[in-house]
Design a protein around this ligand. Structure first.
Ligand SMILES: [Zn+2]
Length: 253
């Protein structure tokens, strides 16, 4: 009996924390919380409410390895399709893995206005790979984007980018092995006779994405926006100090 009492709170706690489908076909999320995710349609980080969950009895009869659920984005009301892996079919609950796959992922965006044409083309393809979950194709396109950057900026610019990458590491306390991989993706390793691009898992790819955005922002977007703002300031200054002369129209008669 004592063993049973000791066991029960653990079991109850486990049942409360594990995402599952109950016999009423309700999706119960981890810790009973509501799901929060970035909607692929409106790009807002919003709550999502389950609107279509497969019937409990039907799942119990077929016992599929993967279970699809539809939620509604509370911000834009669009449907969000998720795929869960079924972990266990118990008589009173169907346990799901805490990680789920978003069938439609939010597209990654970046303001490419100030980027040189070839850098923009390559980085847009990199974003397409990332949005599609092809993380190593993304890394390969980041290498090509970096090569386009180097040829645009020259050797001095390449050294500046190297410093900027070190700065990102110091600012964000990047883990040494993640940093080493990202440096190797972007710059390669000079001592390696056959420089390859290391394999990245999804978290490392996410970090690489943020690093790329920061490098491109620092290199082009920041300067482009400042130049644009200064041009506007100069225009208003010159307007105020040298108002255009009103010339009289030539007499048509
Ligand atoms: Zn939405």
């Amino acid at each position: 009996m004592i063993m049973g009492r000791l066991w029960r709170p653990d079991q109850e706690q486990r049942e409360a924390t594990v995402p599952h489908i109950d016999p009423e076909s309700h999706l119960i999320c981890e810790h009973g919380k509501r799901l929060v995710l970035t909607c692929a349609h409106c790009q807002v980080l919003a709550h999502a409410s389950p609107i279509a969950v497969p019937r409990f009895q039907e799942l119990q009869s077929y016992r599929p390895a993967q279970i699809g659920v539809v939620l509604r984005c509370d911000a834009c009301l669009a449907p969000i399709f998720l795929r869960f892996t079924a972990r266990a079919y118990a008589p009173t609950r169907i346990e799901l893995a805490p990680q789920f796959a978003e069938v439609e992922r939010a597209r990654e965006r970046f303001d490419c206005t100030y980027l040189p044409e070839d850098v923009e083309l390559l980085f847009k393809e990199a974003l397409t790979c990332f949005s599609g979950g092809a993380h190593n194709a993304f890394a390969s396109m980041c290498r090509r984007t970096a090569q386009a950057l180097f040829s645009d900026l020259g050797e001095a610019g390449k050294l500046k980018l190297f410093d900027a990458l070190n700065e990102v590491r110091d600012l964000t306390a990047l883990a040494p092995d993640t940093f080493a991989k990202i440096r190797s993706v972007l710059f390669g390793i000079a001592s390696d006779p056959r420089p390859g691009i290391p394999l990245l898992h999804s978290h490392e790819a996410g970090v690489l994405l943020e690093v790329m955005k920061d490098l491109l922002y620092q290199t082009y977007v920041r300067r482009g926006r400042l130049e644009q703002a200064m041009r506007v300031r100069r225009f208003f200054y010159e307007e105020a100090h040298n108002p255009p002369r009103v010339s009289s129209l030539p007499n048509a008669g």
